[in-house]
Design a binder for this molecule. Structure first.
Ligand SMILES: [Zn+2]
Length: 222
């Protein structure tokens, strides 16, 4: 993960107001390869191994149904188009089942800082096989990989866009809804009437609804 992502992180146990401190064992090219992300409040240490931050609370699961068409060639281009042009150096979250979408999206949004959220393996990260990325190394290097459960390990309002390649459970959707900053976008490819209802309740404005795909703008934008 990129060292600057630390500023966006929050303890998934204690909540969005409780930031994390990085204790890096190895940093290469501004990326934390191994170390610990510590919460000063509950004293939990979350591991960073092989560059991936494991910010799951034990027993917590990321409840969403991944979109099966995520590996299709045009998929990432479509996601990038739905995210739209964003200011450089802004943070964008991409949630999908395998982590394949984020590097591909990153290739189309070279100025964005992409965070890839996946449910992570059931076994400890260190025991999991290393996944080969289909994207060029340069694009993959810009992506910060995070394993997360139902509580997003981030402060609120620090992202320009949040993309869900699939259908999030209502509680996860509400959690994701606090991540985009004023006017930031939330893109859901597996949305339905319930998704629209929840987003309206949270003050979002619908920008697009095309079959299952929804694009909404967070309150407070222009
Ligand atoms: Zn904590």
């Amino acid at each position: 993960m990129h060292i600057l992502l630390t500023d966006q992180l929050a303890c998934p146990r204690c909540g969005p107001e409780f930031g994390l401190i990085v204790l890096a064992d190895r940093i290469a090219d501004r990326r934390v390869e191994s170390g610990t992300l510590g919460c000063a409040n509950c004293r939990t240490g979350y591991p960073v191994e092989a560059g991936v931050a494991d910010l799951r609370v034990e027993g917590s699961t990321l409840f969403f149904s991944p979109d099966p068409s995520v590996s299709e060639p045009e998929y990432a281009l479509r996601l990038a188009a739905l995210i739209g042009v964003q200011p450089p150096q802004t943070w964008v979250v991409v949630i999908d089942g395998s982590g394949a979408a984020a590097p591909a999206v990153s290739g189309y949004l070279p100025d964005a800082r992409i965070v890839s959220i996946t449910p992570g393996p059931a076994v400890p990260a260190s025991a999991a096989p290393v996944q080969a990325s289909p994207a060029p190394a340069q694009a993959a290097d810009r992506v910060s990989k995070v394993f997360a459960g139902e509580r997003m390990p981030f402060r609120s309002g620090g992202f320009r866009a949040v993309v869900v390649a699939g259908a999030p459970a209502p509680d996860l959707l509400r959690e994701l809804g606090r991540l985009p900053g004023r006017g930031g976008r939330l893109v859901v490819t597996g949305g339905d009437d319930e998704t629209v209802k929840i987003l309206h309740e949270m003050g979002f404005t619908m920008l697009l609804r095309e079959a299952d795909t929804l694009v909404a703008a967070a309150p407070g934008g222009r």
